[in-house]
Design a protein around this ligand. Structure first.
Ligand code: NAP
Length: 250
């Protein structure tokens, strides 16, 4: 069974590692090519966009793919919509591997907002010093926040317009609880802005904000593609693949 894993996440790498060890599974992983020096999964990898739904359909056909696992980041909505449509068009089994979101706990000071623009607007209710941890692509949404001073943390430098006052921290997680606490205290952070990515890899900043009493502007997740079959961890995705594999054999 030839399987496409749409990746760019730790879960996608973990799934590629486990599934490539299974008899009868032939895996290829796909990355968007956004990060200059990506962490690569084991096994074959292709890098770059497919060229929309049409390009993805063609690629799936030409590569005789039998099943698709969309293990992209919960905020990567476009590729997920394309994957759901292309797989449905070709009648291919597809699953969305999506880690659970973070839920508010006692002591959390969250303002929940629907998108980046609302996150930028919500800063008017908060102090001056902002820790911005939304990845580099959405930083432009904060370019007009002239009253605030940003610490922007990202893997690569943003290419979008930037706020007037900022410091760039180029770093790749995971970060520990202690590291996050020190960061927030050293920069005297008044508010953290984050997407609700979920998962353990970047959760330490949420725990540190709770401990330090730092408010969080939490960007809610976009919905999954309509009708998507979803699992929330790697072992459930492996089980799904085994089930699909057993149906395709018999
Ligand atoms: P997006 O907006 O959903 O996708 C934009 C376009 O990038 C897609 O239409 C597709 O191009 C291409 N693309 C995205 N993921 C791809 C993949 N795995 N393989 C091949 N092409 C892909 O995605 P995004 O938010 O820019 O995220 C890009 C990648 O970074 C994703 O793989 C995601 O897992 C990872 N990532 C995203 C975030 C985030 O916050 N968004 C955070 C961490 C990691 P075509 O239409 O040409 O096929």
């Amino acid at each position: 069974m030839r399987i496409l894993i749409l990746g760019g996440t730790g879960e996608a790498r973990e799934l590629a590692r486990i599934a490539s060890g299974e008899r009868g599974f032939d895996i290829v992983s796909s990355l968007a090519g956004r990060v200059a020096n990506p962490r690569l999964p084991v096994g074959p990898v292709r890098i770059g966009g497919f060229g929309g739904v049409e390009g993805l359909r063609t690629w799936l056909r030409e590569n005789r793919i039998n099943a698709v696992v969309d293990a992209t980041h919960p905020f990567a909505t476009q590729v997920s919509a394309h994957a759901a449509t292309a797989a449905a068009d070709l009648d291919l089994p597809a699953v969305h591997l999506c880690r659970p979101e973070w839920v508010q706990r006692r002591g959390d000071l969250w303002t929940r907002v629907p998108d980046l623009a609302a996150a930028a607007a919500a800063l008017s209710q908060h102090g001056e010093r902002v820790l911005l941890t939304i990845g580099r692509q959405g930083v432009g949404a904060f370019a007009d926040c002239v009253r605030h001073r940003f610490v922007i943390r990202a893997i690569d430098a943003p290419q979008t317009p930037l706020p007037q006052r900022y410091e760039l921290l180029l770093a790749r997680g995971p970060f520990t609880f202690d590291e996050e606490l020190v960061l927030m205290s050293r920069h005297r952070i008044d508010v953290l802005v984050t997407k609700n990515s979920g998962g353990a890899q970047t959760e330490a900043k949420i725990d540190a904000a709770r401990t330090a009493g730092v408010p969080v502007v939490m960007i809610d997740r976009p919905p999954l593609p309509a009708g998507a079959v979803a699992v929330d961890d790697v072992s459930a995705a492996v089980d799904w693949l085994r089930t699909v594999g057993s149906h395709s054999v018999h």
